[in-house]
Design a binder for this molecule. Sequence first.
Ligand code: LLP
Length: 432
Amino acid sequence: MYVSESININNIGHLTIGGCDTVELAAKYGTPLYVIDETGIRKNCRKFVNSIKEHYDGNGRVLYASKAFCCKEMCRIVESEDMGLDVVSGGELYTALSAGFPADRIYFHGNNKTPSELKEAITAGVGRIVVDNKEELDYICSLAGTMNRTAYVYLRIKPGIDAHTHKFIKTGQIDSKFGFALETGEAMEAVKLCFSTANVELVGLHCHIGSQIFDITPFAHAAEVMIKFLADIKKETGVELRELDLGGGFGIKYKLADRPEDFSAYMKKVADSVKSTAREYGIELPYILIEPGRGIVGAEGLTLYRVGSIKNIPDVRTYVSVDGGMGDNPRYILYQAEYEVVCANKADLTRTRTVTVAGKCCESGDLIQENTLLQEVEPGDLLAVLSTGAYCYSMASNYNRIPRPPVIMVKDGEPRIIVNRESYERLVEDDV
Ligand code: LLP
């Protein structure tokens, strides 16, 4: 109904997700509460996997970018969907391994992996390490040598594409902290360095142009640039690299007016670009990888809050304060991210009032949404903020020592806890 098929309104006017009444969920588990629908997540996984089958003969793999939402149960779901996993820290790697995720399907990213993270990755035997810079390459070479192992690597390339999205979440342009630049010759030097480096086997290239991107043209353009670079590598060194990871970044529906492209249309355009450029430059079709994070979980999750105080400041605005805020969702304060907010216990009523939904942190900028349409609400009502499945739980903090909310996974009307609510005891556990 709203932003995902999983979200509906039942016959008593309550918002539902995955067949569960959100009012009942809030009563059972308390608020704030993250709720995420397993059926929706699996459907999205299959859309991505099928798009590669349909448009690229299945010659590729979908990696879930775990930074969007990472916990053991999510890793188990991704594993059972036969996908790979993109991790970007020792913590995400540890979570995946703890969930029994096969190491050879893990791809390790990051622009400044620490020596201990690299050691953990090589010890675990991750499938690929995506090398970001020369210092890292040197370190991997010496580490793999000492450990008597071969590290299978990709190089992260900045394709020089400027995607149209918020400046904090675009990464493909030359002014980016991620990867090797093409224009300056840095990328080609890194390729040659890999070929002359012991214990490192360069198997492919990677790029990622940014996140929450609606226009699919820059993705196809990036694919073309990368294929041309594969052809240049062949010309200069005689080696044809066989794997190409094109990253993630597919936009999702946050506002009702958002119209993201269908995944299949995305893959068709990218596959066409890969095929035609490869033909033109005389190279074999590479095995391709894509790394959706938000596109898999974003629209399948929502956050429930209880309304506390309501402050009507005449001729200024009305603040509706809730029992969470920037600790469980820092995306408004960081990116002025837009959301739909719905009164979950009055979901069948029209949203007629313009209000600002504020959090409970000691910070004026702690807002969930400014000037948003909402039903007439009163203290005690339940608010649902939609499309919070990605980059909310994973970016949550304990600011003001507010415990992080639990995550409830729902499926066909059945809820289960997949992450417990943080306790006050946990908050002081590591204090000395
Ligand atoms: N691959 C790489 C190398 C990435 O850096 C990212 C996201 C992804 C894949 C997944 O992108 P997605 O499909 O989820 O857009 N915190 C920001 C988003 C940061 C994205 C960082 N990298 C937000 O809340 O919008």
